[in-house]
Every structure is written in structure tokens, then in C-alpha cells.
Design a protein around this ligand. Sequence first.
Ligand code: ATP
Ligand code: MG
Length: 240
Amino acid sequence: MLLVENLVAGYGAAKVLHEVSLEIARGEAAALIGPNGAGKSTLMAAIMGVIEARSGRIVVDGTNVTGHTTHSIMTRGLSLVPEGRRIFAPFTVRDNLRMGSIRLSAGRPGFDERLDYVYGLFPRLKQRESQLGGTLSGGEQQMLAIGRALMSNPRILLLDEPFLGLAPKVIEEIQAAVRILQEQGLTLLLVEQKLDIALNIASRACVLIKGSIALESSSDNLKARSDLDDLYFSLAEKAA
Ligand SMILES: Nc1ncnc2c1ncn2[C@@H]1O[C@H](COP(=O)(O)OP(=O)(O)OP(=O)(O)O)[C@@H](O)[C@H]1O
Ligand SMILES: [Mg+2]
């Protein structure tokens, strides 16, 4: 469903991603783990067409989308929950959600259905429909960021560290929502630094170290390894 092949990307003179390849099947959840600065968010940005691929290919459902605009990539069914939530603080919850539906502007068929869907997944957002985004709690802001990404009715959802800085109870609540999305058949790519959360949600994990995939394995395989933390650190050290 999503294929990234030998992707090279970066900023100015800096090359961040070195021939990164990964493949996610329809309905699968894959995790991307790796230390700070490894290039996880850069990979998300490149997949979404926010930064340019210098070489390599990004293929969605058999269509080569390399070089396409972000809007066109969203039209193909991809949506990103960005790192740090990036909600629009001076706008209401409803208006934040409206901005996630650029393909479905308000009043057009589909908008109300998507709104109901998101409110069904996160009832707290419905209760706070008219509240300003900036006054929501951290957990509610994260729900809003996920809800906004779901407004475009994606088939592949990219989640960049959605649990960062949240209390265990809220993490549990958002994990439950992610599980529902999985059951509904959404394909997921989850960036997550905490191995237990990543392996819990995803059936496969890719470890990105210094812009290269250092290890790829099934979650079951990784869970069974008693030396997982050591393995992770030794990969990071080797690359340093
Ligand atoms: N807009 C930018 N301009 C220049 N360099 C950038 C930019 N964004 C990221 N970088 C650099 O690219 C490298 C990878 O950053 P990236 O944010 O992709 O890492 P990450 O794996 O997401 O890290 P974290 O876990 O901290 O979120 C870093 O060296 C970073 O400084
Ligand atoms: Mg990041």
C-alpha cells in the first residue's frame, strides 16, 4: 500500500535520509523507532511531499507520487498527525477539524459525516466543539490533531510521536482509539520512541539510525528478545 524505495532527502546541504526503503501492506501497522535526530520526522515530511525527495521513490497503492504536492498526496489517501500536534490555537475545535478537511469543505457532502466519525472516536472533542484549540489539555490537543488528520478520510495514517509528553491514562485512551482505527482497516505508520508502545500497536518495527534503516523485524520477534534495549543502544552506538 505504501512503498518507500531508496529515498534520499534532507535540508539544504544536509543529507538526512540515506536510501531509506520500507513497505507497508494494506491494513498493516508498522512502527518507526529511532533516537532523536535519526530522521523519523524528516521521513514523514518526505512521504507527505512537504520536503523533496532527492532520489528514490514513494509509491502509494501502485501510483508513483514522488514529486507530487502534499495536497495531491492527501488526495491519494495519506494523512499526517504531525509531531508536536501543531493545532491552531486561536481556532475552535470544530474549525481545527474543518481545516483537516481541505478536500471536503464545510457544507459539502462528507464533511458532516467525517465530523460525526471523529466525534464518535473522541467524544471529548464533541463536548469541547466550541472551545479554542489552545485552551485544550495536552491529551485533548493530541486527540484533536488525530481527529484533524482523519477528516480527510485517509487510508494511510502517519502518526509522529502521538503519545509524547502525555500521562499514562491519556496514552491508554489514545491507544484505544488507535486500536479502533486498526480494526477498521486503516494502514498505520507510527513513529514512537518507546519500544513497549511501538511493539504493542505495530506488528512490525523499523529502526532508523542516522538516516538509515538499521533493523527491521516483526514485533513478536523483537518482544521475544531479552536484549532488546541493549540491541537498540548498540545499533545507535555503531552508527554514531
Ligand atoms: N527544517 C529543518 N532544517 C534543517 N535541518 C533540519 C530541519 N528539520 C530537521 N532537521 C535536521 O534533520 C535531522 C533529522 O531530524 P528529524 O526531526 O527528522 O529527526 P527525528 O528522528 O524526528 O528526531 P526526534 O525524535 O527528536 O523528533 C536532524 O539533524 C535535524 O537537525
Ligand atoms: Mg521527530
